[in-house]
Design a protein around this ligand. Structure first.
Ligand SMILES: NC(=O)C1=CN([C@@H]2O[C@H](COP(=O)(O)OP(=O)(O)OC[C@H]3O[C@@H](n4cnc5c(N)ncnc54)[C@H](O)[C@@H]3O)[C@@H](O)[C@H]2O)[C@@H](O)CC1
Ligand SMILES: Nc1ncnc2c1ncn2[C@@H]1O[C@H](COP(=O)(O)OP(=O)(O)O)[C@@H](O)[C@H]1O
Ligand SMILES: [K+]
Length: 492
């Protein structure tokens, strides 16, 4: 969904009020959506404390808090403003929690949920007292109490238009933005304060007829903006997509195995993994039985079978020159959707074969690989890099990072909403490339496959963290695969 400035959001709100929508009804819908999102990621009852400012942002937090309390959560508030200073609607939402609620203020306990309802799109400039004090308290409890902070609409102390981070701004693990994403949330400067993103759509507030504020529009990929395919009843495995993978080398068998497993878990009907004959036995012992493993020394084999998509690169290492030439020839010849990942990108950079970045290819560089294939990226921030790169090359680009970007030619630059720092662990990229290949093989257009795969991987990891035996420290790429089903299920 297109992102908007705070002023554009306020104009859309004002227009909806003119049409007869009521602020209280919108606030109830926003609060209900926030509570639902919190329960999606934190399904077990906890202690929740809402930090309140004076405006309607606090009202959203109070509605969510009321819903959580009705479901048996222990809830409380922190507010340094006098009651009479609160906006009338916000005061009403506070009263609905009980007359004594304001006077029995609470601080978060260990492992709490902290709701940031200090400031939303009505914020002007850096945090002023008493909100600066409360933001400091929230950030302290988040670290000391290992609590999770969830920002209502935008993290307080962030400029919603530019993403500028003011002193003492709230650090959120998850920002639940209301109705339409605000452009500042997508800024790279703000990423450590925004965390992962979720959207609560409101029917009355949609971005129709809004002019993008940038020449290349910035969109957020959320669960609502991805369409999941349904199969017809008589689908057979040949129609469900055939993926050919060239991956792995001595010491990097796991990359090949994870990539192939993710491809079959994406829904692809048949996945074939080509491997040097010397690695066959070892790879067969760690790869799911559903994967066809074919010993091969010639990448041309990728062109001989009837595949619907190819993935080349995970764990490839540094192939000898003759193998490299054969891989280049395959990439040059194939018209299939072709994911080029990891060492394949390094190889292309090293041999200066950027002519291979054709329309059917999907490139998945992390910033290090990006600097090799496109040294200009070191002089630009992420969005201009994605913009310039896709203007120069006709490939679909998936530029990995804490806010993964996906773009193609003149498409909007899509910012992925899901993900967690727990993903900073080996093998996540191999899962991602396998997933993209599997989705392409099922007929998702390249851009859609890349957006969906990035969203699914991030969502799977966020959902994995709900489980008591998986933490930020212990999450592995295998856990990502194991939670893909829940991620698919979370799509509307
Ligand atoms: N208006 C509506 O119909 C809806 C509003 N919603 C929520 O309401 C929010 C906007 O509410 P408001 O317009 O009341 O604005 P805020 O809740 O952002 O509060 C703005 C008030 O905070 C104070 N303030 C501004 N900048 C400050 C600073 N730097 N330091 C300290 N105090 C500062 C001022 O008193 C200002 O009036 C949205 O972000 C969203 O969360 C949602 O409930 C959806 C519907
Ligand atoms: N802090 C983070 N927040 C969100 N996603 C992350 C974070 N760190 C890594 N990721 C994601 O994990 C994946 C890692 O890919 P990559 O670095 O290629 O891993 P590998 O090569 O080990 O498989 C990318 O999709 C990246 O976007
Ligand atoms: K907020």
């Amino acid at each position: 969904m297109l992102s908007v400035t705070c002023q554009q959001m306020q104009d859309i709100e004002a227009a909806s009020f003119k049409q007869g929508h009521k602020p209280e009804s919108l606030m109830e819908q926003a609060g209900a959506g926030i509570a639902k999102t919190i329960l999606h990621y934190f399904p077990n009852k906890r202690n929740a404390v809402a930090y309140l400012g004076r405006g309607h942002n606090a009202g959203d937090a109070l509605v969510a808090l009321r819903i959580l309390r009705d479901l048996g959560w222990q809830v409380g508030i922190r507010c340094e403003n006098a009651l009479h200073e609160l906006a009338p609607l916000t005061r009403r939402k506070l009263r609905e929690l009980g007359d004594d609620f304001y006077y029995n203020q609470k601080r978060p306990e260990k492992d709490s949920i902290i709701l940031d309802g200090l400031l939303g799109i009505g914020a002007k400039g850096p945090l002023r007292e008493p909100l600066a004090l409360l933001a400091g308290e929230m950030n302290h409890h988040r670290v000391q109490g290992r609590s999770n902070t969830i920002a209502m609409d935008i993290p307080s102390g962030i400029n919603g238009d530019t993403g500028e981070v003011y002193d003492g701004a709230v650090i959120a693990d998850l920002t639940i933005t209301i109705a339409i994403p605000k452009t500042g949330l997508l800024s790279q400067n703000a990423v450590n304060h925004v965390g992962s993103l979720a959207l609560v759509p409101l029917e009355a507030l949609t971005p129709e007829n809004i002019q993008p504020s940038q020449p290349r529009p910035l969109h957020l990929t959320t669960r609502h903006s991805i369409k999941r395919k349904r199969r017809s009843f008589d689908t057979h495995k040949g129609q469900a997509g055939r993926v050919g993978i060239w991956a792995g080398s001595e010491g990097m068998l796991g990359a090949a195995s994870l990539c192939a497993e993710a491809a079959i878990r994406s829904g692809a009907g048949l996945v074939t993994l080509f491997t040097p004959p010397t690695l066959y036995a070892a790879l067969a012992s760690i790869t799911p039985r559903e994967i066809i493993i074919t010993p091969s020394i010639n990448p041309q084999d990728l062109l001989k079978s009837r595949f619907d998509a190819l993935v080349i690169g995970p764990g490839l290492g540094s192939p000898v020159a003759s193998l490299a030439e054969k891989l280049f020839a395959v990439i040059q010849e194939t018209e299939l959707p072709c994911v080029l990942d990891a060492d394949m990108l390094n190889l292309i950079a090293r041999e200066k074969r950027l002519d291979l970045f054709r329309k059917n290819t999907i490139l998945t560089p992390h910033p290090g690989e990006m600097a090799r294939i496109y040294p200009a990226s070191e002089h630009f921030s992420r969005v201009p890099t994605a913009d310039n790169f896709t203007s120069e090359y006709s490939s679909t680009l998936l530029y990995k990072g804490a806010r993964t970007l996906v773009a193609w030619e003149a498409s909007p630059i899509y910012h992925n909403s899901t993900g967690t720092p727990a993903m900073a662990t080996a093998g996540q990229g191999d899962v991602l490339s396998g997933l993209i290949g599997g989705l392409c093989a099922q007929g998702y257009p390249n851009l859609e496959a890349a957006r969906l795969a990035a969203w699914l991987c991030g969502e799977a990891c966020q959902l994995a963290l709900r489980e008591s035996h998986i933490t930020e420290e212990t999450l592995t790429a295998s856990d990502t695969i194991a939670h893909l089903a829940q991620a698919f299920d979370a799509l509307t």
